[in-house]
Design a protein around this ligand. Structure first.
Ligand code: AQP
Length: 330
């Protein structure tokens, strides 16, 4: 029986955070044996907000090394850079013509990002979810492992697949989201109501996968909590809840076990211990990353063969789409 297909990606719009790791990449690793996985570095998405070209280049390569260091095995999964497969932009154009302005304007990420970038309210930010739908639909994806924040975009990808299939006949598989209960939404350390983001202007809001030990200790120590002074898991104490979530996904212990152990103890202790748990979780990744980042030839080989494999599958779908809409084959 053929394996089901998984697609996911992250933007090289900065260095990856532990939010990206816990909400996405860690789950990608677990899916590799059971599924045929495509994991992309979505650089076309990244330019919807201003990027410095040389930083984008270095973040893209760095991100490839981080994927591998986190445990994505290029022998099992297809790892590629989105802009290397032009079918992504080509399918986006076709999907744009069946996307409704009203639906796109209701996307939460668009509303949030457009608020932040009033002077750069470009059309790419608006059609971002259509590009994401193209990413997913090109590979006839069954499952999309994402963090909670991407659920709405995935719903749009499903709508577009169904709309296209109804208009032109069965073409796309309708994908399903795969969202883990814990780690799906890691919040900012400075504002526990906002998600942790690599492009946050306050670097104390996030922990990077590559942050060194002292930086991790410092950022967790400064994390915003509350004045109740009780270690409990509830929505009145979002800061503590976030720290407990991180503790649980990094250590593998249940929230209940952790809360019981810290009963009657202060926030300071919890933070100190959490920092060590995070450091321990990230250390092997950082060691592997250091090795990989010295080996540019190896990384080049991976992204080149990944692009070839991805392009082969993507073109199969794109040719079908072009035929259905009435384009004459070359
Ligand atoms: N805080 C988070 N908690 C859980 N999952 C998260 N993801 C991102 N932040 C969190 C998941 O990571 C994957 C890749 O995300 P992305 O880089 O493509 O874009 P994003 O969701 O916009 O991530 P950032 O870090 O917030 O990037 P910027 O700051 O550039 O916008 C997705 O699966 C996402 O759910």
């Amino acid at each position: 029986m053929e394996k089901k297909i998984v697609f996911s990606g992250a933007q090289p719009s900065g260095s990856l955070t532990i939010g990206n790791y816990l909400g996405a990449i860690k789950n990608w690793v677990e899916l590799q044996d059971e599924y045929d996985c495509y994991y992309s570095i979505v650089d076309l998405h990244a330019i919807t907000v201003p990027q410095v070209p040389k930083d984008l280049r270095s973040n893209t390569l760095k991100q490839l090394a981080i994927y591998i260091a986190c445990g994505i095995d290029p022998e099992k999964s297809t790892l590629f850079i989105q802009s290397h497969v032009p079918a992504h932009t080509e399918l986006t154009w076709v999907l744009n013509t069946i996307s409704y302005m009203g639906q796109l304007s209701r996307m939460t990420q668009y509303k949030e990002k457009s608020r932040k970038s009033e002077e750069n309210l470009n059309a790419g930010l608006f059609t971002y979810p259509v590009l994401m739908a193209a990413d997913i639909l090109l590979y006839q994806t069954d499952l999309v492992p994402v963090g909670e924040d991407q659920k709405q975009h995935l719903e749009l990808a499903r709508d577009l697949a169904i709309r296209f299939n109804n208009k032109y006949s069965e073409t796309f598989k309708v994908p399903e989201p795969l969202i883990k209960e814990f780690g799906a939404r890691i919040m900012s350390l400075q504002d526990p109501e906002a998600k942790m983001s690599k492009s946050d202007s306050d670097e104390n809001g996030y922990i990077l996968i590559l942050d060194d030990k002292d930086t991790i200790r410092r950022k967790i120590k400064r994390a915003v909590t509350d004045s109740l002074g009780v270690i409990a898991y509830n929505d009145e104490q979002l800061g503590i809840k976030n720290l407990l979530d991180m503790y649980s996904v990094f250590s593998g212990e249940s929230i209940e076990e952790i809360v019981n152990r810290y009963e009657g103890k202060g926030y300071g202790i919890l933070k100190e211990d959490l920092a060590e748990v995070v450091i321990e979780g990230l250390s092997p990744i950082q060691r592997k990353y250091d090795e990989l980042s010295k080996n540019k030839d190896y990384l080049e080989k991976i992204y080149k063969s990944g692009a070839e494999k991805a392009e082969y599958q993507a073109m199969k779908t794109l040719r079908k789409v072009y035929r259905k809409v009435g384009f004459i084959p070359r």
